[in-house]
Design a binder for this molecule. Structure first.
Ligand code: F6R
Length: 237
């Protein structure tokens, strides 16, 4: 486990961007898995800038996303489909057929999740997985107490996650109760993982995830057993 101490969220984003750039330079058709949320916003901004400056192309890159709220359609402004378009895909040359985001409206969610796993397998695996972390230790939407062997599936969101994510939904009542998420086992199969965490609100959980014993109460703690994980953080643990 490697930890990189950055001074700010901007610096976290700069470092994450340079890791992505290096990966794509090494392999044009790299397979990425991408997060949403507040933390990676500056990273996407920087990637868009690099694309405009002609320093990076996503034309051949395969982009998977970690998760999506269940019950939200792609046009819903709070969906992760919308987030990805608004913050990233609308401004770069990623091809639609190379973008894979779980469909939150899938009636047959089991098939949707199994197909997602199959698509990942077909690529020969994720080269670079970019993660945020919830204040409860979730990665993707793998909430506390879930199995370390989990695959892509429908999950119930923790009340703490719903509270943390409730702002754009205006109330906790309107905040989705379920989501589709890639599993912990799927995350662990990525060849390289970077985890981004910014601000003191994340300090305790990152410390627990990387310094305490591995336990299901803190899903991110399983990352301790991965061969190539880097946490990029702007606080000391
Ligand atoms: C989002 C995701 C979540 C977030 C986490 C942190 O796709 O998978 O695990 O990364 O909830 O969110 P922020 O960055 O908003 O604190």
């Amino acid at each position: 486990m490697k930890i990189i101490n950055a001074k700010s969220c901007q610096e976290i984003s700069d470092i994450a961007t340079s890791i992505i750039l290096k990966q794509i330079k090494k392999k044009k058709n790299s397979v990425l898995c991408l997060p949403t949320g507040k933390t990676p916003l500056l990273m996407y901004k920087k990637l868009v800038q690099l694309f405009h400056d002609g320093k990076i192309s996503f034309e051949k890159v395969l982009c998977f996303n970690l998760d999506e709220y269940y019950g939200l359609n792609k046009e819903n402004k709070n969906s992760y489909h919308y987030y990805m378009r608004k913050n990233f895909f609308n401004f770069v040359d990623a091809e639609d057929e190379n973008i894979f985001i779980l469909d939150g409206m899938a009636k047959n969610f089991k098939k949707e999740c199994d197909d997602f796993e199959k698509k990942i397998k077909k690529t020969n695996g994720i080269d670079l997985m970019i993660l945020g972390i919830g204040e409860n230790g979730h990665i993707g939407f793998n909430e506390p107490e879930g199995s370390f062997l989990s695959r892509t599936r429908l999950v119930n969101l923790d009340i703490s996650t719903r509270r943390a994510n409730s702002k754009p939904f205006k109330s906790l009542r309107n905040t989705p109760k379920r989501a589709l998420t890639i599993g912990l086992k799927t995350i662990m199969e990525a060849k390289q993982i970077i985890l981004l965490a910014s601000g003191n609100k994340k300090k305790n959980i990152v410390k627990k995830a990387f310094k305490d014993k591995i336990n299901k109460k803190i899903p991110a703690s399983i990352l301790q057993t991965h061969k190539n994980v880097t946490a990029i953080i702007d606080f000391k643990i």
